[in-house]
Design a binder for this molecule. Sequence first.
Ligand code: AMP
Length: 282
Amino acid sequence: MKTIRTTHILETKLNTIRLQNKTIGLVPTMGALHAGHLSLIKKAKENTRVVVVTIFVNPTQFNDKTDLKNYPRDLTHDLSLLDPILTNKDIVFSPAQKEMYPVPDTRKFDFGNMERVMEGAFRPGHFNGVAQIVSKFFMLIYPEMAFFGEKDFQQLAIIRKLTILLDLPVKIIGCPIIRESDGLAMSSRNQLLGKRERAAAPQIYKSLCHAVNLADKFTPGEVKKQITKEVDQVPELSVEYFEIVNGNNLQPVNQWVPDIPIQGCIAVKAGKVRLIDNIKFQ
Ligand code: AMP
């Protein structure tokens, strides 16, 4: 694999690849890679000829400066994980901030109601920042396919909408959540958890599974109440939101309407670390 630091060198390299008619698969990441990221990269390898993995901690999507400062970064370790998976035709693109933002990005995207709920409501400006960086990658790399995790369920829906807004021909592939053996969804932020918080965190997925079991007997509103209470009862955990939403438009549902996708999405503070997870109801 080749590690590239500048947009100029990346463009030159990709021009050659395009002349050879090779399909390009993009996997955007913020580094601190784990098996969740690697599953996306493996899927990209199976479906495209040249894989571009980006490693860039995007400042514009952080609404909390401390979160940005504390975000784990270890490029050497990331490259050691990628080395066995990527071949010499694949690319790791790890730009400095000024490469991606030579001037401030003032673009504002309008995702409608989709960005006013859940992560959008609790992290103002977050999805606008995500859209800024992902659109920059799309227009720099022009991938045929781009791979995103269902772990960030709302982000995946926002990215699909972004490609429609920008009329880009990239195919968005959603990939399933990879979990630790105790059920905790893998996340770069897990390494920031203290011992007690790490021990408590698997309750999040346990409660999501419990929520699905409760759906037979209770309305979405009742399930939401019970599950929020259940997670909040763990002293190390505090629920920011638990929403049961239409999987297409992300708006809360108050009935188990048949024939629409329904997803339960949760955000929990475990000490100072914010964790998100989700589960499919139908
Ligand atoms: P991040 O580095 O956290 O921005 O994540 C980069 C990509 O990896 C996003 O598309 C995430 O949804 C995806 N991802 C992160 N964690 C997981 C996981 N546990 N399982 C599957 N995909 C994941």
